[in-house]
Design a protein around this ligand. Structure first.
Ligand code: PLP
Length: 387
C-alpha cells in the first residue's frame, strides 16, 4: 500500500540529497573531527560547511550556532542558560501552547523556586500580547515563546515581542522548531537572543538540532565535557547527521519561495474541499497567520483516533489533537488553551504537508475522508443527539 504522509510536523522524510551527502561519513570518512590527523580533518571541514549552510538559512553568523542533538535539547539548554545567567531573577514567562519540550520544563521550574506566567491564547490560537507585556517585571529572567505552533500552525509575532524585550534586560528565547524551513527567517532583523531548531522537521535526519545564541548573550553549557562546539556543548559530533543538517538547510533555503507556495496551494485545496464536503467541520487556528503546510480541522461529534485508524487503512498518515493519558482521550493542551469545545477538540485532525506531497495525494484524501466521517457519525450518539 502506498503511504500518503501528511504528518510532517511530527517528522519529515530525509531528502535524498541529504542522505547521499551523509552516507560516506558512516564508513568511509569515519574520523573524529577533533583528531590531529588529515583523516579527521577531512571530516572537520564538512562540519564547518554545515554550520555555514545553517547560518545562511537563518541570517546568522556561524559562530552563533551551537549544534546539538534535537529541538528538546536546544529548548532545555536555552532556558537553563538564561536562568543560570540571572540567578537573582525568579520569574519566567511562556505561552500556554508550547511544545512539551518547553511546557514541561517550565512546569518543573514552577515546582522548583520559579514563579511562572503562562500567557493565554484566544479561540484562534493567537497570543494575548497585552497579558504578556503586563506580566513582565524586573524579576523576569526569560521569555520563551514559540515561533509557530506545531498543532495549529499559528505564527506568533516574534519580531514585535523581540522589539519590546530589547528595551528590557530579559532574555528572549524562541522555539522555532516548526518554523525553520517553512517560512523565511532572518535573524539579523529579529531581536531574539536564543532560537531552537531541529533537523528532522525540515528533511534532515533525526537526532541533530541546533541552538542559535546571539553574540553577546550570556550562555552556559548544558552538556559540560570536551571542547566541541568551542566548549559550549560537549560530546563527539554526530558527524553524518550534522552534514545532513547542513545539506537540509541548503535545500530549505533554495525551496523556501517556490515550494512553500506550492505546498500552501495544496494545503488550501485540502482544507477548502474538506470543509465543503463535510458538514460541521471547522478549522482550528488563525487562518490569516499560519504555517503554509499546516491545517488542523475539527470534525465535530467524532473521535479523532477513529478517524486516524480508518485513514490508516488507506495508508493516510496524519495526527489527532488528543493525547491518550491514563486510558482516556484528553484533547491536547493546545486545543484546550484555545477553548475549542469538547465535541470539536475530540475530532480534530492535523494535516501537515511537505514538498514531497503531490496533487494526486491531496485528491485521494479529499475523496476518502468524507465517507469515513459519515460512517463514524452514523455510529455517534453525540451526532444523532445534535441532529
Ligand atoms: N518544539 C516544537 C514546536 C516541536 O514541534 C518539537 C517536535 O515535535 C520539538 C520542540 C522537539 O523537537 P525534537 O523532536 O527535535 O526534540
Amino acid at each position: 500500500m502506498k503511504v500518503i504522509y501528511v504528518d510532517n510536523n511530527a517528522t519529515t522524510q530525509v531528502a535524498p540529497e541529504v542522505l547521499e551527502e551523509m552516507l560516506p561519513y558512516f564508513n568511509e570518512f569515519y574520523g573524529n573531527p577533533s583528531s590531529m590527523h588529515t583523516f579527521g580533518g577531512m571530516v572537520e571541514h564538512k562540519i564547518v560547511e554545515a554550520r555555514e549552510r545553517l547560518a545562511g538559512l537563518l541570517g546568522a553568523s556561524p559562530e552563533e550556532i551551537i549544534i546539538n542533538s534535537c529541538g528538546t535539547e536546544s529548548d532545555s539548554t536555552a532556558i537553563r542558560a538564561a536562568i543560570l545567567s540571572n540567578p537573582d531573577k525568579k520569574h519566567i514567562l511562556t505561552s500556554r501552547v508550547e511544545h512539551p519540550a518547553v511546557k514541561n520544563l517550565f512546569e518543573y521550574l514552577s515546582k522548583n523556586g520559579y514563579r511562572v506566567t503562562f500567557v493565554p491564547v484566544d479561540r484562534k490560537g493567537r497570543l494575548d500580547l497585552d497579558y504578556l507585556y503586563k506580566n513582565l517585571s524586573e524579576d523576569t529572567a526569560i521569555v520563551s515563546i514559540m515561533w509557530a505552533n506545531n498543532e495549529s500552525g499559528v505564527i506568533f509575532p516574534i519580531e514585535e515581542i523581540g522589539g519590546v524585550l530589547k528595551e528590557k534586560e530579559i532574555v528572549f528565547h524562541t522555539d522555532a522548531v516548526q518554523a525553520v524551513g517553512k517560512i523565511p527567517i532572518d535573524l539579523k532583523n529579529v531581536d531574539v537572543d536564543m532560537f531552537s531548531l531541529s533537523g528532522h522537521k525540515f528533511h534532515g535526519p533525526k537526532g541533530v538540532g541546533a541552538l542559535y545564541v546571539r553574540k553577546g548573550t550570556k550562555y552556559s553549557p548544558f552538556l559540560i565535557g570536551g571542547h566541541q562546539e568551542k566548549g559550549r556543548r560537549g560530546g563527539t559530533e554526530n558527524v553524518a547527521s550534522i552534514i545532513g543538517l547542513g545539506k537540509a538547510s541548503e535545500l530549505a533555503a533554495a525551496n523556501l519561495s517556490d515550494e512553500s507556495i506550492r505546498v500552501k496551494r495544496l494545503r488550501d485545496k485540502l482544507e477548502t474541499e474538506l470543509l465543503n464536503r463535510i458538514p460541521n467541520s471547522i478549522v482550528n487556528g488563525d487562518i490569516e497567520n499560519r504555517l503554509p503546510n499546516t491545517t488542523s480541522i475539527a470534525f465535530e461529534y467524532v473521535e479523532g483516533e477513529a478517524i486516524l485508524l480508518m485513514m490508516d487503512e488507506y495508508g493516510i498518515c496524519a495526527s489527532s489533537g488528543s493525547a491518550c493519558t491514563s486510558g482516556s482521550l484528553e484533547p491536547s493542551h493546545v486545543l484546550r488553551a484555545m477553548g475549542v469545545p469538547f465535541t470539536a477538540a475530540h475530532g480534530s485532525i492535523r494535516f501537515s504537508l511537505s514538498i514531497y506531497n503531490t496533487e494526486e495525494e491531496i485528491d485521494f484524501i479529499i475523496e476518502k475522508l468524507p465517507p469515513i466521517i459519515e460512517r463514524l457519525r452514523e455510529l455517534s450518539p453525540f451526532w444523532k443527539k445534535a441532529q
